[in-house]
Ligand binder design. Structure first.
Ligand SMILES: C[S@@+](CC[C@H](N)C(=O)[O-])C[C@H]1O[C@@H](n2cnc3c(N)ncnc32)[C@H](O)[C@@H]1O
Length: 230
């Protein structure tokens, strides 16, 4: 008999927490790099977080008082329940919606946010969807706003199949902190859900949308952090 969605969610989310705690996706280095950018934007900030998950990552990047509004969207209601708890200490207007990031962005007011943030979620979309995300982000951002993107990115000229092979080989041979069952679960998720682009493709999508300053903040193997400004 197959497990119910809550059990499946808890299992995969538990594995993701283990990935984070063993720094297998370089959250530590990426957090340090992105934190510097947040320090230069004291706020109070209106921020939208696309694919926010349980918001544990972003809540470590922000200081109390730095936010005036947090809007988070995610496809998982269970993750949003956790996000609600993790964001409680900020004591500001928290709006969490269980929606696809494209729908959430299309409903967002124009010229409203100082920051659009997205971490390890955009690669789930096809390239056309990614273009729409950049375009809608530009519309939702104020003129001095910034889009911060943390995600997996293929090496330049690396085809998706080659990326899947290399990333999964790393999971199989180097992610020793996970059990064999967890490693299989991660590899299956990557094969079915990962559609990363090279950084140059994302930069082109950003420029098409009207962003003119595109800067890499961090790169650790396929894990990168970028900021895109107007
Ligand atoms: C690897 S988790 C990252 C969570 C969090 N941003 C972090 O960095 O810890 C990816 C999240 O993206 C969400 N997600 C995937 N596709 C999405 C979409 N099209 N719209 C909104 N959320 C999405 C998933 O439900 C999941 O919570």
């Amino acid at each position: 008999m197959s497990a119910d969605p809550i059990t499946i969610f808890r299992k995969t989310w538990g594995t993701y927490q283990k990935v984070i705690s063993h720094n297998l996706m370089f959250h530590r280095e990426i957090t340090t790099a992105v934190a510097k950018l947040f320090e230069s934007r004291p706020g109070p900030l209106h921020l939208i977080d696309l694919g926010c998950g349980d918001a544990s990552h972003i809540s470590k990047l922000l200081r109390p008082g730095q936010l005036s509004e947090y809007c988070g969207c995610d496809l998982s209601e269970f993750a949003l329940d956790e996000a609600r708890k993790n964001l409680e200490p900020f004591g500001v207007a928290i709006n969490l919606c269980c929606k696809d990031m494209l729908s959430a962005l299309r409903e967002a007011p124009a010229n409203h946010y100082e920051i659009v943030y997205s971490s390890y979620a955009l690669h789930h979309l096809p390239v056309e969807g990614k273009q729409t995300v950049f375009t809608e982000c530009r519309r939702a951002l104020r003129d001095n706003g910034v889009l911060i993107l943390v995600d997996v990115m293929r090496n330049e000229a690396q085809e998706r199949q080659e990326y899947l092979y290399s990333y999964n080989k790393t999971v199989r041979t180097q992610w020793e902190a996970l059990t064999p069952d967890e490693r299989n679960q991660v590899q299956e998720h990557i094969r079915s859900c990962d559609f990363p682009e090279p950084a140059s493709t994302l930069e082109q999508l950003a420029r098409n949308a009207g962003f003119t300053k595109c800067r890499r903040l961090e790169k650790q193997t396929w894990h990168e952090a970028w900021c895109y400004e107007t």
